[in-house]
Design a protein around this ligand. Structure first.
Ligand code: ASP
Ligand code: MG
Length: 409
């Protein structure tokens, strides 16, 4: 088998952890597999590097985001070298590769680049020589050779994309938890580990801030059918398999409940209600790679309408600037923002075939007196925006209300 193993920051967080990674890779190879390892920076390192950048220049203009990537990408350069040395020391053979050395070509959206192509040749060559290939996660280069990074948590995407490019049999994502849980165990003590989950559900949970997997890694997995196994690097337990939807998954009404506190709400009051306005507003946001999530337009009155949507909190300032530019006639007070919100969602493919999940969600929140600010639904998800201070409570009552908790001992 060809096995891709991706190790996150805590899994390479110390010299001892790196030795442990080396042992695991060698054991996997000795079991008869070709092994490709993708690593993150040591835990805390990316924050440290970006913190340094911030001390020097706390608000670089977009043209200077290129420099942030030059800085941040060094974290992974260190770990690929260390892991290769550790593998050699433990009796194996390894070769490290930076993103540019295996031609991980991305677009030029610095700090959030998207992978366009990967040339697996050098990796295959290393494998043929009996080596373990150790590839830097999180980074690539654009067509002009600029160093790019894939956004926070991006080495998950490196792992799955490389697994797809190499047609690997499995992509194992090693982390510091035992798998994907029905909710964040720090918030919901009764949360359970999920054994198998569909790409679609995982996509929703990942987008909701269940931080185990970067969302794009799940998109890649779904698109190319990569079997993803999320598991702990601290034990040998079976983790969570992220796989194509299976028949029996439908019998579960709700698979998970998650909260996302990384969004902010923007309301535009009294925008002209005529064709082209929405496009005019969202075009520049899309051009700036700002991911707009929930969008609600109200019924209009006297040719004007209100529009509310959410964007990542980190993009709020830029969003407002872009909208001011797109709608120069808009009054200052016509743009309202609120970053004190949380999006709470219940997710499950079972919703497709069962009615009443939305109603039950609203009832459960009502019983706790939690006010709902926005609602959106999809085939397999119901999301509500609430005041940030209610996020944890909402998650807990929904998790228990839908019977996801462990049976009491
Ligand atoms: N080191 C990067 C980060 O901290 C990428 C990753 O760990 O996945 O976001
Ligand atoms: Mg991660």
């Amino acid at each position: 088998m060809l096995v891709v193993q991706k190790f996150g920051g805590t899994s390479v967080g110390s010299v001892e952890r790196i030795r442990e990674v080396a042992r695991r890779c060698i054991a996997t190879q000795k079991a008869g597999n070709d092994v490709v390892v993708i690593v993150s920076a040591m835990s805390g390192e990316t924050n440290r590097l970006l913190g340094l950048a911030k001390q020097v220049n706390d608000d670089p203009p977009p043209e200077y985001e290129r420099e942030l990537d030059v800085i941040a990408a060094t974290g992974e350069q260190v770990t690929v070298g260390l892991v290769s040395l550790a593998i050699q020391k433990a009796g194996g053979q390894a070769q490290s590769f930076l993103g540019s050395q295996v031609r991980i070509v991305t677009d030029s959206a610095f700090t959030r680049a998207r992978i366009q192509s990967i040339d697996g040749q050098k990796i295959h060559d290393a494998l043929k020589q009996g080596k373990i290939a150790v590839v830097a996660g999180f980074q690539g280069t654009d067509a002009d050779g600029n160093i790019t990074t894939l956004g926070r948590g991006g080495s998950d995407t490196s792992g799955v994309a490389i697994a797809a490019a190499l047609k690997a049999d499995v992509c194992e994502i090693y982390t510091d938890v035992d798998g994907v849980y029905t909710s964040d165990p720090n918030v919901v003590p009764s949360a359970r580990k999920i054994d198998r989950i569909s790409y679609e559900e995982m996509l929703e949970l990942a987008s909701l801030g269940a931080k185990v997997l970067q969302i794009r890694s799940v998109e890649f997995g779904m698109k190319y059918g990569v079997k993803i196994h999320v598991r702990s690097s601290f034990n040998n337990n079976e983790g969570t398999w992220v796989v194509p939807e299976e028949k029996q998954m439908e019998s579960v009404l709700v698979s998970g409940v998650a909260a996302d506190k990384n969004e902010a709400k923007v309301t535009l009051i009294g925008v002209p209600d005529k064709p082209g306005t929405a496009a005019k507003i969202f075009q520049p946001l899309s051009g700036a790679s700002i991911v707009v999530d929930m969008i609600i337009q109200n019924i209009s009155e006297a040719g004007r309408t209100d529009l509310t949507f959410t964007v990542p909190r980190a993009d709020l300032k830029r969003t407002v600037e872009l909208i001011r530019r797109a709608l120069p006639d808009m009054a200052e007070q016509g743009i309202k923002t609120d970053d004190n919100i949380a999006k709470v969602s219940v997710v499950g493919v079972g919703m497709r075939s069962h009615a009443g999940v939305a109603l039950r969600t609203f009832e459960i929140l009502a019983e706790e007196g939690i006010n709902i600010l926005m609602i959106s639904t999809s085939e397999i998800k119901i999301s509500v925006v609430v005041e940030a201070k209610y996020a944890e409570l909402a998650v807990r009552v929904l998790h228990d209300g839908f019977g996801l908790g462990k049976a009491p001992a």
